[in-house]
Design a binder for this molecule. Sequence first.
Ligand code: NDP
Length: 242
Amino acid sequence: MTQQETALVTGGSRGIGRAIAVSLAASGRFVYINYQSGIDAAKETLAAVKEAGSDGVLLPFDVTDQKAAEEAVAAVIRERGVIDILVNNAGIRDDMLMVWMKSENWDRVLSTNLTGFYNVTKPVVKKMLSKRKGRIINITSTSGQMGQAGQVNYSASKAGLIGATMALAREIAKRSITVNAVAPGFIETDMTDGLPVEQIAGTIPAGRLGKPEEVAAAVNFLCSPEAGYITGQVIGINGGIC
Ligand code: NDP
């Protein structure tokens, strides 16, 4: 019998992260659900993970805090031996035109969306390398592929994540570890709540926003044995925007 795989989903308490956690649980993975402060939402995700037929653990830490990330990853590895699947999904936006953007607005977004990837991935990869097995999926964005006005900070962080994905994929491919990015367009979550949905839908070839589950399905596929030869790629899930 093969051992149950262990997954860590950052920002797994809500939105896309929750859908990924549930999808991975439905395909038999034990899921660590990271979040920063929203414990009620995280508990709802854990309940959904159990309902999907698997189990998991809440793992609160701030991905911008390197020490906290290292300690959390070390605790998971102590409990489970290895993290087979890492999904770097935690992310924020803080939109404004560049001329109004203060360095705090820049730093907050870059440190969550890009440095957060570094803080969590480094300790996870070290262990994956010794096990010669692993899947890393980074949730980037259409904004990182084509740029979005009002999102210079966010677009930079997500474009940086694409570069990091491609570079790390080359570094560790020989150890059977794949590193890919998934780039959603507009997806119905708290992050897009309050945006003019009708107006946005009109700009999307598919004519609608996407659902978190549609992103999760691609992530789940990238975690499967069948996807073992896919690495360093960016998969757009955007209804045809780019
Ligand atoms: P949500 O705002 O719905 O959820 C964000 C999640 O990230 C929450 O679980 C939140 O936890 C967590 N989080 C935020 N900051 C931190 C932090 N510093 N440390 C740990 N966890 C943190 O976002 P979405 O589900 O919409 O987005 C998920 C990812 O997908 C993001 O990377 C986003 O950039 C990307 N994306 C989203 C798109 C969309 O249209 N929704 C489009 C393209 C990309 P808590 O509640 O505890 O703060």
